[in-house]
Design a protein around this ligand. Structure first.
Ligand SMILES: Cc1cc2nc3c(=O)[nH]c(=O)nc-3n(C[C@H](O)[C@H](O)[C@H](O)COP(=O)(O)OP(=O)(O)OC[C@H]3O[C@@H](n4cnc5c(N)ncnc54)[C@H](O)[C@@H]3O)c2cc1C
Length: 426
């Protein structure tokens, strides 16, 4: 995969004077905001993509490993993003879930479910390059970067008025639809007055590239334990992508470990099921906090991606879910414009339809990720047999497995059309 930064994007068309009303202003050019801009290409809408960070790419495109569900791969291929990846992603052909000290385990085989792979592993940085290359093909997209959303001004009902700060200083933008794609700490969400529910898992997640004496064979390992979950994702560069949670009280100690001690810690967590661990690259640490917005829409505004819900990474669902937010919104906008070319993309009915369509996928994905994270967090001995039986039951029951697999592949609730397998008739 590529390691060099892309050439800077060509200058975007100038954003007009403050009296111009744009159709859509997307705040946040991270994974989901950039994907939404691409999904709106060719819609004939005047779209502005606003991103606060400077530099070649937003900082969120770091060394974390992203597991793309099949639905995500389908959609990103249809949107022309996958072809810009510099190297092939690594397929997940098998998911192995086990719990330290318990006898149950689940092994899900893609082949047994008629699939070649459950999904594909891509390094976030490489994905950032691919998105950037795709955005550079969109001369009609207005990009403001670095430009920061500051606050909202009272609108007149026909538009949202937002204050931004960029190289020209502070100024306003008017838009029919404001999209908050500005991540877990969303300033847009705050300005809209949308509350949040949070849960702190009191864990810190360490992410690193890990080398084992066995080359990954397409198996992703999810290891649950009293210290928190850990996962190994097969990468295309013959390494594993490691995510290892520790109680936050131990985070400083783990951050201070030298490479050998950290490799040993990972080995103790996984046992020998993935081989002997030899070396690991630099570590990045993330807090594990769930943030769920109390509403997805407000008048002429919508939240997508982490701004709508930021979940524990253990289930590898965050971007997959956020992309489905973006695709559903784009689909609703396109449907409205197909019925009436002058349709208002910030209309209340359109936003209500979007919010309704997101209910089931959101609820089920949140429950799945939260369950996986919490099952590891309670070390009460009385619960142990229940957890073991739970894993074993999942291992045995075809219908439970089918549910897990469908979710892991990204098919929950009202699936956006671009997510569906192009080879399978709807
Ligand atoms: C360790 C780890 C592993 C993960 N693994 C997976 C995985 O395997 N699969 C998966 O699906 N998901 C995974 N995720 C989750 C995934 O990274 C997130 O769901 C995803 O990044 C959310 O994208 P987003 O665009 O909504 O938000 P972000 O990626 O946070 O992007 C928000 C953007 O908004 C910009 N911004 C913020 N404030 C402003 C402002 N005021 N004005 C303008 N711009 C602003 C930021 O600079 C940023 O670029 C993982 C997360 C972590 C931490």
């Amino acid at each position: 995969m590529t390691t060099t930064d892309p050439a800077p994007a060509p200058p975007a068309p100038a954003v007009q004077d403050p009296s111009t009303t744009h159709d859509v202003v997307i705040v946040g050019g991270g994974l989901v905001g950039a994907s939404l801009a691409i999904a709106l290409e060719g819609s004939g809408l005047d779209v502005v993509l606003l991103e606060a960070s400077a530099g070649a790419m937003p900082a969120v495109f770091d060394q974390r490993n992203l597991s793309f569900a099949e639905a995500t791969v389908n959609a990103l291929a249809a949107l022309g993003v996958m072809r810009h990846l510099q190297g092939a992603p690594a397929p997940i052909r098998r998911i192995h879930v086990s719990r330290a000290g318990d006898f149950g385990r689940v092994v899900l085989e893609a082949g047994a479910h008629g699939r070649e792979a459950f999904g594909q592993v891509v390094v976030a940085r490489d994905f950032g390059h691919a998105l950037e290359a795709r955005l550079a093909e969109m001369p009609g997209l207005r990009r403001l970067r670095p430009a920061r959303f500051l606050r909202l001004e009272d609108g007149d009902g026909a538009a949202r008025v937002l204050w931004i700060a960029d190289a020209q200083g502070e100024r306003t933008l008017r838009t029919r639809l404001l999209v908050g794609a500005d991540g877990a700490g969303s300033a847009v969400r705050g300005a809209l007055g949308i509350g949040i529910g949070t849960h702190d898992y009191a864990q810190t997640l360490f992410v690193a590239r890990l080398q084992a004496d066995r080359v990954p064979d397409g198996t992703a390992f999810e290891r649950l334990g009293d210290d928190g979950p850990a996962a190994l994702l097969p990468r295309a560069d013959r390494h594993y992508g490691l995510v290892l949670a520790v109680p936050r009280t131990r985070a400083d100690e783990v951050a201070a470990m030298d490479e050998a001690a950290f490799v040993q810690l990972a080995q103790r967590r996984f046992g020998w099921r993935a081989g002997r661990f030899i070396a690991c690259g630099p570590r990045t640490a993330y807090p594990a906090v769930r943030t769920v917005a109390a509403a997805l829409v407000a008048p002429r505004a919508v939240l997508v991606g982490n701004a709508a819900q930021a979940i524990h990474p253990v289930g590898a669902q965050g971007f997959n879910l956020g992309l489905r937010d973006a695709l559903t919104l784009a689909e609703e906008i396109r449907a409205a414009r197909a019925a009436d070319p002058a349709a208002d993309c910030g209309a209340a009915g359109l936003l209500a339809r979007h919010a309704t369509r997101r209910v089931e996928d959101r609820a089920r994905t949140l429950a799945f990720s939260d369950g996986l994270a919490r099952v590891t967090a309670n070390s009460a001995p009385l619960l142990r047999p229940l957890r073991s039986l739970g894993l074993l039951a999942t291992g045995l029951s075809a219908s439970l497995q089918a549910g897990l697999v469908g979710g892991a592949m990204g098919y929950r609730g009202d699936v956006p059309a671009l997510c569906r397998d192009p080879g399978v008739a709807a």
